[in-house]
Design a protein around this ligand. Sequence first.
Ligand SMILES: NC(=O)c1ccc[n+]([C@@H]2O[C@H](COP(=O)([O-])OP(=O)(O)OC[C@H]3O[C@@H](n4cnc5c(N)ncnc54)[C@H](O)[C@@H]3O)[C@@H](O)[C@H]2O)c1
Length: 233
Amino acid sequence: MVNLDRDTEQAPAGVLCVRGDLTDDAQVREGIARAAELLGGIDVLVNNAGIGARGRVEDNTDEQWTKVLDVNVMGIVRASRAAMPYLRESSHAAIVNTCSIAGWAGILDRAVYQTSKGAVQALTLSMAADYVSEGIRVNAVNPGTVDTEMARGHINAAEDSVAGLKLMEERQATGRMVSPQEVAHAVCYLASPLATSTTGAFLAVDGGMHGLRVKGTSQAISTGNYPHWLIQK
Ligand SMILES: NC(=O)c1ccc[n+]([C@@H]2O[C@H](COP(=O)([O-])OP(=O)(O)OC[C@H]3O[C@@H](n4cnc5c(N)ncnc54)[C@H](O)[C@@H]3O)[C@@H](O)[C@H]2O)c1
């Protein structure tokens, strides 16, 4: 594995790294070529890098909109087109994009970020359709709130960071944040030969955030605040 990132200091020990900024096409092409050289080819491309942003549609400047879309959407475009010649040489090529719960559900105060992830979702489908005949599968993971620097940034920006953390945890039906490892396992599955019939798919790794409506139910029953006609004996 080779980690292409603008900040290679943070990578775990032992991981091969190539420094490159996804907003710079030349750096991306160079980085992908270097990765192919180090690995002897490329079978799997994981488009994971991304940046967050807060704000409603009226709150962000044109520059902020352009920056988020440049990294989150154009970064995938640049890395994918640079990797395509190498992926074509592989007998089991796969691309996995990191999308988000924000590609599916409206989230307060995230207009720019959500727009970028909606685009990643559409781009994933488009790429899956375009390359299926060449045997290149394209899928995405849709994480809920993952305990990373990005989520911690939102928590620390809250007026009350303890309440901010609780809110982030309770957004998942499981009552906790998703771990980065859980997302990595889902990526590995989609990239692996175990998933050879899966393309154009979105795997939720969101603790039930998107599909489940359980928040408050058990507490409401225990405190007697739940309509008796909804409680099944
Ligand atoms: N943390 C969450 O709750 C969450 C939820 C859903 C989806 N995601 C997505 O998961 C992915 C990873 O996010 P994270 O939470 O690990 O964030 P993070 O901020 O912890 O890590 C993002 C990584 O992307 C790199 N990066 C950013 N801009 C770059 C650029 N221009 N060129 C090269 N590298 C760049 C950073 O250096 C960093 O290593 C992102 O696509 C994010 O949108 C995160």
